[in-house]
Design a protein around this ligand. Sequence first.
Ligand code: MEV
Length: 324
Amino acid sequence: MVRAFAPGKCILFGEHAVVYGHPAVAVAIEAGVEVRLEESERWVLDGMNFEPSRHPHIKHIITNVFEYDGSPLKIDINSTLFPAAGLGSSAALSNAMGAALQELIDPSGTVDAIKLARISHSAEAIAQEGRASPTDTAASALGGSVVVSGERLKGINHRFDAELITPEGERNWSIHSAELHPNLAEAWLVLGFTGKGSPTGKMVAGVADLLEKEPAHKEDMLAIANITNAGLAALAAGNLPAVGIAMDACHKRLQNIQVSSPALDLLVNSARPHSFGAKLTGAGGGGCMVALTNNPKRVAEAIEIAGGKPLISRFGTEGVRLID
Ligand code: MEV
């Protein structure tokens, strides 16, 4: 039997804009997805017959990526992430599945995080109708804090490049790992789930439509890019209040491109009095918001009172790994 775990992620800055080559910053969080694989007499997923068409990410990894033709597998998935909530559950699933299957086929006791990030990005691209940045998959595979950008950035550790043909043309991204300033050890992320899942592909397609019908919204994308750069500088300096201001500003622009919702706004507003800043995170439409705070219990209570489900996490945890 082989087991692998991959963390979820939280985008601090740049969601949606990153699909168009603008920069984004994401960190791995403590919650994630564990996949257990063992050979079996028949194909089973979580105790039921495995139906590949219902699990496109898993199907893609088994069939297209690894071209697996060995014995049937018993697949068990255990997730501590809210599903379809903007926390990268599908990226974490793809990474953990890829790591476990690689180990089952060719045991080495190690994972190749960059190879897994690439595999999982290809799975996301299929699920998101060709419009997927490598942000979620890279944060979950590499762990820590990743910066994804349309160009190579100086003064930061470049890890790999990714490319994709999207309906709007070819996109290229450079993926970097950023050092986390020691001040961030005093801060926590509190995620607040609205209780409503939201498919990323639909949200990304909605933004593409909006930009086509109302090109003036490209201004919001450029503003998100500027805010992301300011947020990145604040993160590098360990300036938590400045990170928070940038998060608030990012939320405003995400509202402008119509990916927030009354439930997200309510949770964001409930968290702000006890936080450095708060914004929606991920695709929006439902899903989660995130607050940066040094008072995580207070923020979690405020989110709960406002009707959300809180999840407290440290910053930038370890990426995909095998479990003994
Ligand atoms: C989803 O977590 C982040 C988006 O920017 C989509 C993507 O980057 O592929 C909305």
